[in-house]
Design a protein around this ligand. Sequence first.
Ligand code: GLU
Length: 445
Amino acid sequence: MSVTVRFAPSPTGRLHVGNARLALINWLFARKQGGRFVLRIDDTDRERSREDHERAIDVDLTWLGLVWDERVNQSRRSALYEDAANRLRADGRLYPCYETAEELEYKRKRQLARGVPPVYDRAALSLSAAERQAFEAEGRRPHWRFRLEDGEVRWNDLARGACHYDVSHLSDPVLIRADGTPLYTLPSIVDDADLGITHVIRGEDHVTNTAAQIQIFQALGATVPQFAHLTLLTDAAGQGLSKRLGSLSLGELREDGLEPMALNSLLAKLGSSDAIGPRPTLSALITEFDIGKFSRATPKFDPAELEHLNARLLHEMAYAEAAPRLREIGLDGDESFWSAVRANLSRMADARDWWHICREEVSPVIEDGEFVRQASDLLPAEPWTQETWRDWTRAVQQGTGRKGRDLFHPLRLALTGRENGPELKTLLPLIGRARAWARLQGKAA
Ligand code: GLU
């Protein structure tokens, strides 16, 4: 069977960098093996799921370039879950329970007080038909638990190696709420089976669910997928990420003008044995990907590292890649413009400032009026090339006796209005003689 993975966010908040990392790793895993990547929207919780969050998930993944081959909403697949629940009921694996939340809490406290693990005691399994009827007559509606089979569940985790779990430490999981709606577990398993998911790659927060889930796959007669549970990303201080974390949400990072490949370059490598560096395309990351490279150390997301990668990516970006991005921000820069400015960008949007300086008006900063006016008299005639700066400044040096910083700095300030920036040999032809001359006269031009 061909490799099929899924990324399964709940649209109850905005995606953050930790979610994006899992999406990316799933996507790279699939692409590396010529497999399929399914986007599954886990929206069975109708109260907490929101359409704007769902739309944002599509926008975020598209921004990162993580194109999906299939997209499903769990909210439209409830018939499948009902059918699966009925099959489990018929096989005696799903049983009705009538305890209220308070009663369960009371049982739990008593177990803890007695020093025994707070595992559900299966009292509901021994209810007689008359007792169940009495509860129903009281107006109680049952929730439904899956009856686990005692014993050890084993799986070979692609990230954690051989795993085994004694399910007698687990409570029979509730699959259906008292209002008849399914919790996350059953829809997830039914969909994994129905969509032919071969590999479930997710966060290690799901490890304890996996033992129970494997038994449910088996009870439904479905093929158990391979699992990989990755260590979760934390923030730079080692704290877990939550969907409410604004600054590390993908939307914020996008609005902040970061390059999607800067984020992909970082997220594909954090927690793996590969060195982190800028990768211009997803194909480079596909080639290098290997799930076996991920270790169990906790990967930390450091915004400074992202900034650094973003700048390096821009500094190394070929014009062919930059051209559409420049157009997106409204600049019609050609290759000479891009080569001149890229080394000075930390965000693509910074190119606007240099565009302004090359093609629009700048208020010059004149430190030494007499000197810059003299220099303006020595400006060569056009056409200007990359050699013009050298020829001109040689002439200015001979004419004025200035050298080094005393020579260059006032010219830079007058021509660009800035202390620093791209090499003037590349900027000068872009500024052009008319503007350069006027600026050297102290005129905004
Ligand atoms: N919607 C679940 C979550 O976001 C999916 C978990 C899974 O991958 O099975 O945690």
